[in-house]
Design a protein around this ligand. Structure first.
Ligand code: GLP
Length: 241
């Protein structure tokens, strides 16, 4: 695992954007795995700025998002569909047909999970997967205790994750109880992983990620086994090292 230490959130976002943009620019076909949450917002902001300034082309980019809440419509401002459109997709020239997120509103969620993995596989897999990390070590919405062998699946969110995400909602009752997430195995199948972390509230999780044991109670620990992980983390998030 290569760890790039940066000063703060802004530096993390800039570095991450440089990283992704250089991959996009140097390939003629690339599959990006994208994440939501507070952490990658700055990355997307810098990608948008670069698009306006340097005209980086995204027509050859295909994206797969990690997860989506169950039961929120795409127009709901708290859905990850809305988040991605708002913060990235509507500002760059990625083609609508190349953008993929799990559908948390399908008639059969189980079918949707199988379809999502199938689609990723048929496209040839993910080249670079962007990840944040939950305070309890979750990646995507793979909560502690999730088997390392999981593919895309439906999860019941833990209370701590619902609490951590509640600031995006008006009221705790509105925070969904379930989500669809790429599984741990689906994430590990990516050729490369870029994990971002910022802030003191991530410091315990970052300590476990970098120094802890491999343990299904701490889902991110699986990344210790991935051959190509880059971590861009700020000083606060690394303060427990
Ligand atoms: C959320 C998302 C994850 C995200 C993580 C951290 O619940 N499902 O994909 O990486 O938790 O979120 P944040 O970046 O807001 O701290």
């Amino acid at each position: 695992m290569e760890v790039i230490k940066v000063k703060n959130y802004n530096e993390m976002s800039k570095k991450a954007a440089e990283y992704i943009i250089s991959k996009v620019r140097s390939s003629n076909r690339i599959h990006l795995g994208l994440a939501t949450g507070g952490t990658p917002l700055g990355l997307y902001k810098y990608m948008v700025l670069d698009f306006h300034k340097n005209k980086t082309d995204y027509r050859h980019v295909t994206s797969f998002n990690l997860d989506e809440y169950v039961g929120l419509s795409e127009e709901n401002p708290n859905s990850y569909h809305y988040y991605m459109k708002e913060n990235l997709f509507s500002h760059i020239n990625i083609l609508d047909s190349n953008v993929h997120l799990p559908d948390g509103n399908g008639v059969s969620l189980q079918k949707e999970c199988v379809q999502y993995d199938k689609l990723i596989k048929e496209c040839g897999g993910i080249d670079v997967q962007v990840l944040g990390i939950g305070q309890n070590g979750h990646i995507g919405f793979n909560e502690p205790g999730t088997s390392f062998g999981t593919k895309t699946h439906v999860v019941k969110l833990t209370e701590s994750t619902r609490q951590a995400n509640k600031h995006f909602f008006n009221h705790m009752d509105e925070v969904p109880t379930h989500a669809i997430t790429m599984g741990i195995q689906s994430i590990m199948n990516s050729r490369e992983i870029l994990l971002l972390a910022s802030g003191i509230e991530k410091s315990a999780a970052m300590h476990k990620l970098l120094h802890g044991d491999l343990n299904e109670q701490f889902p991110a620990s699986i990344l210790q086994l991935h051959p190509n992980v880059t971590v861009i983390a700020d000083l606060q998030s690394l303060s427990s090292q």
